[in-house]
Every structure is written in structure tokens, then in C-alpha cells.
Design a protein around this ligand. Sequence first.
Ligand code: MRU
Length: 355
Amino acid sequence: MRSVEWDETNHNLKMIDQRLLPAELRFVHYDTPQEVAFAIQEMVVRGAPAIGVAAAFGVALAAQNSQALNKEDFIHDLQEAAEILQAARPTAINLKWAVQSVLNTVKHSAAPVSELKKLTLKKAQQMADEDVAINQRMAQHGAKLINEGDTVIHHCNTGALATVDWGTALGVIRFAHESGKHIHVLVDETRPRLQGSRLTAWELQQYGIPFDIISDNAAGYFLQTGQAQKVLFGADRMAANGDVANKIGSYMLALAAHDNDTPVYTVLPTSTIDMTLTHGGLIPIEERAPEEVLGIQFQGQMVSPIGATARNPAFDVTPARLLTGIVTENGVVYPPFEINLPKVIQGDQLWRLAR
Ligand code: MRU
């Protein structure tokens, strides 16, 4: 089951509405790039690779809907859609990477507009298929780092829901489990949007992987008392030096793991590496609505007094020095990351080095 896919019958984009899980598994359909951008903002679809592929299909929808008769007008329509899609969420570089990949394919083709329409859809579909294949390669590399009997702390949701299918950090956990290793997952609930307790726990149940949900602030306790052997999370954007932006709370988790000599791995496709940024301080951090923090209820009551204000950064940056290794589809990268990261960026991704 894919979280994001092209619906061949309805000729539109079909996605799981992740806001409703775990209570309900519902698919929603989108016909325009504007609707897709809104779905990304509202987190119907979320997770860096998933929003990238959704945006690629958003450009494909703009192509299908375009009335342009010549290539210049057609590219203008696509560029308008690209700007709206790219602006939907600022931190995950996958969004820009995916949108620009589709645009570049069109720009570099000499085909007529009718063929270009088919080409945009083909490219988006190809990116969706590649995402699954890349995740499976990361899972195989990463699973070698997990030992029999390990308890792994996992932050946010990095599974099939955060990608097209399979997942990044959760894909590693799934592969280790399916290879016969007996592992246990401590699932950070991941406030304020609870991607851990709502989505990761739901996925782990489907795969039959044993887990316990923990409050985010309990992770230090489990690390200090030797009850966790690995920390795994995904990434929304990595700078050239290995600093990594991921879901808010990743930094505190990595600090606690480092203080207790517990290995920390981030699992990411190389499309998440932004070689144009020298360090993590340059990564734009999305700040979301305070209502996400203030709106939480406990035992049927609001958790904050009426009139309270809140701050809600959605991501933080874990400095590269706190990472033991970076799992990519091309292998595991170890420090010094400045030297070793460019070695795993290959093929058509080299354009990012040249910019
Ligand atoms: O705000 P979200 O839910 O989109 O944040 C998602 C994360 O931070 C994930 O850890 C990240 O995208 C990597 S998952 C493949």
C-alpha cells in the first residue's frame, strides 16, 4: 500500500489522509497543484520523501490541466505550480528537489506539449518507484547496524507513511525485524503532532514489531539506564557538513544518546542532502501554528489556559558531531562527513554539487 500514488482510474493523485490515523484509514484525491500544496501544508501528507513525491505529482497535475499550446506557455504554467508547491513547507529539501527534477525533465526535452504532458506524469511516477527502491536499499544497509536483541529509540514517523512505501529509519527497523532479529522499539510520541504515537505505532502494529510508546522526555531515562542500544531517526534536510534538520526533539534525543555513548544514526536518501548549505544553521526551520501545541487535550480537558501563547518550531538541527553515522541508499557514511558525504552523492544528483 502506497501513501502517495497516481490513480489511473480517476486520473488524479491519491493519498492517505494522515491526519485521521490511527482512527481511520481514508484515501483522498487531488486534481490540482493548489490542492496538493494545501494538503502538504495541512499535513494530509507529511514526511520529507512523501511530500517530495506528492509535489512531483502536483507538477504533473499542472501539466495535465494546462491549456498551453506551445512549450513556453506550458513551462510558464508548470513554473507557477512549482512555486506554490515549493512554498508549502520550507524545511524538507526533497520538496524543491522533486519539483525541480520534474521541471528539468520538461525543459530538457524537445517533445511537443502533448508528449510533455505524458512525460511529467511518467517522471513523477518514476520518482515514486525510485523512492521505494531507495528505501529498500537504505533498509538493507542500515539493518546491518542493528544487533539481535537491540532496543531502538525512534523519533517521529519515518515509515511507509513518510515516504511512498517502506520508509527510512523505520524501514531499517522493519528490515532488521523481517531478517529475523528480535528487536524492540521505543516510540517517541513526538509532540505536538504525535507522529510517533499516531503513525509509527500504527505502522509497527501492521508489521508485528514489538514496541512501547514513550513520552519524548522519557528517552533520556531509557538511555541512561541502559535500556536502549540505538537511536534512529530520519531527516528533512542535511547540510554539507552532516548537520541534520529533523523533527523537533531530535537534537535533545541525540544529546542524551551521545552523553550515554549510545550510537545515533540518521537514515536518509541522498536527495535529502543539500550540498549548497555549509552548515545546519542555514537550514530554514518551519514554525507552525501555536494551536498545534495549545490544542492538545488531556482527559478531555485543554492542557493550557485560555489566552496562553505558544511557540512551535517543527524541526531542530542535530549537529554532525552527535551522529555516529548516516545511512543512505549508497551505504553508511561515517565522519569526517564533509569528506565522505560527497562520495555517496552520485548520478543525476551531482547537479546539486555544481550549483
Ligand atoms: O512534520 P513532518 O511530520 O513532515 O516531519 C517528518 C520528519 O521529521 C521525518 O522524520 C522526516 O521527514 C524524515 S522521514 C522519512
